[in-house]
Design a binder for this molecule. Structure first.
Ligand SMILES: Nc1ncnc2c1ncn2[C@@H]1O[C@H](COP(=O)(O)OP(=O)(O)OP(=O)(O)O)[C@@H](O)[C@H]1O
Ligand SMILES: [Mg+2]
Length: 372
């Protein structure tokens, strides 16, 4: 039996040459970047935001675009924001720009450096160090680089929803971002569709001119082709269960890849995938998502939990039977549903309500089903 490693990536960003689809999304963002637009990329967890950003960076860098991607996951304070920005510049500044970037930061005398270790040292030295001058220095860096070297910089703020938790951060970012448009573009990426609205009464807030892109599920036709080809190339026949696999994944990018990977693990080389293989793969998937599903549930209010269950089981937060079985007052359901939408856990589509993560929905139905 010829063993081959699974050809399905299911964790972290996909290598740029392995991405399924997303051509038009890459092109739109590339075009908007050239126009200096402020861009917002919104998608639920694991829809491929970071993969898309990597792809844009990899294509952009070939034509001289400088792309600085800042990971803002759970950023906690202005000082923390400084550390993230400094680290991002340390990681992503192209070699040929490092000497000049280093000079610009040194001249700002704000304790930050292109090696990425400046501000942590400054803080260790003097814990009361004011982060604002450092923040100004880092946010001015792209415009100053452009002044000296020409070219355009794309600043990507990934996991941007975390910034709303840091008082004053958004305002500071806009103060710098707005006058820089000639040379610097900003892409904010995150889970919450409402991540920009927190500061709408702020006059500096640029949401009026935002170019917004939402990542969708991956189309079944492309998934079918890629999954089929990868199984075939690995000497396995997936045709008999491909429909079932695609149905279980519901076009959710990571969930579909995870299920394809787990199915692959079940099917020996030279063999044909069966319904039993698929069932086994789904069972393993449910075990794998168990800790995360529990964490998700316990992060919700009682009302939100019930709405999530109602959607998972009854396909709507408002079905009389769901409301009754789960002891969910209608007014609670009406109040809780928008929170789950904003957190990208459920969505209201043309075909009705659904839990965005098909494995979370299945996990709920399997473990806590109330329907006969
Ligand atoms: N275009 C794609 N082609 C193939 N797989 C994809 C694609 N987009 C996403 N995936 C799957 O989703 C996984 C997560 O991708 P990625 O980390 O880019 O998503 P994300 O939206 O940034 O997630 P998070 O919200 O956790 O930051 C990948 O490991 C892969 O399994
Ligand atoms: Mg990501």
């Amino acid at each position: 039996m010829r063993e081959t490693a699974s050809p399905f990536e299911f964790d972290g960003p996909v290598p740029v040459d392995r991405m399924i689809n997303r051509r038009s999304e890459v092109d739109s963002i590339t075009e908007w970047t050239r126009e200096g637009r402020l861009m917002v990329l919104v998608a639920p967890r694991r829809y491929g935001k970071t993969s898309l950003i990597r792809k844009i960076a990899s294509e952009g860098e070939k034509v001289g675009l400088v792309v600085i991607t800042v990971d803002l996951f759970e950023v906690a304070s202005l000082a923390d924001l400084v550390l993230r920005l400094e680290r991002a510049w340390a990681q992503h500044t192209p070699d040929k720009l490092r000497p000049v970037a280093s000079k610009i930061l040194a001249a700002a005398q704000a304790g930050v450096s292109i090696t990425g270790a400046g501000f942590a040292l400054a803080m260790a030295d003097r814990p009361t160090t004011d982060p604002e001058p450092a923040l100004h220095a880092l946010l001015e860096l792209p415009a100053q680089l452009a002044q000296r070297e020409g070219g355009r910089t794309l600043i990507v703020l990934d996991e941007f929803q975390s910034v709303t938790g840091v008082a004053g951060a958004e305002t500071l970012i806009w103060q710098h971002a707005r006058p820089q448009r000639e040379a610097v573009s900003y892409l904010l990426s995150g889970v919450r569709p409402d991540m920009l609205s927190a500061a709408t009464d702020d006059k500096e807030h640029p949401s009026g001119q935002v170019a917004m892109l939402r990542l969708d599920r991956l189309p079944a036709a492309e998934l079918r082709e890629v999954i089929n080809n990868r199984f075939t190339a690995g000497d396995r026949d997936v045709t008999g269960v491909l429909d079932g696999l695609l149905a279980a994944g519901e076009g959710h990018p990571q969930r579909t890849m995870l299920l394809a990977h787990l199915l692959w693990q079940e099917v020996p080389a030279g063999e044909r995938a069966t319904g039993d293989h698929l069932e086994a793969a789904v069972t393993v998937a449910l075990t794998q998502v168990d800790p995360e599903a529990r964490a998700t549930m316990s992060g919700l209010t009682v009302g939100q939990r019930k709405v999530l269950r109602a959607v998972a089981e009854y396909g709507t937060p408002m079905a009389t039977r769901a409301l009754r079985t789960l002891g969910l007052p209608k007014t609670t359901a009406q109040k809780a549903a928008p929170h789950l939408v904003a957190a990208a856990l459920i969505e209201d589509t043309d075909q009705g309500w659904r839990v965005i993560d098909p494995l979370l929905a299945r996990w709920i139905r399997t473990n806590y089903g109330t329907r006969a």
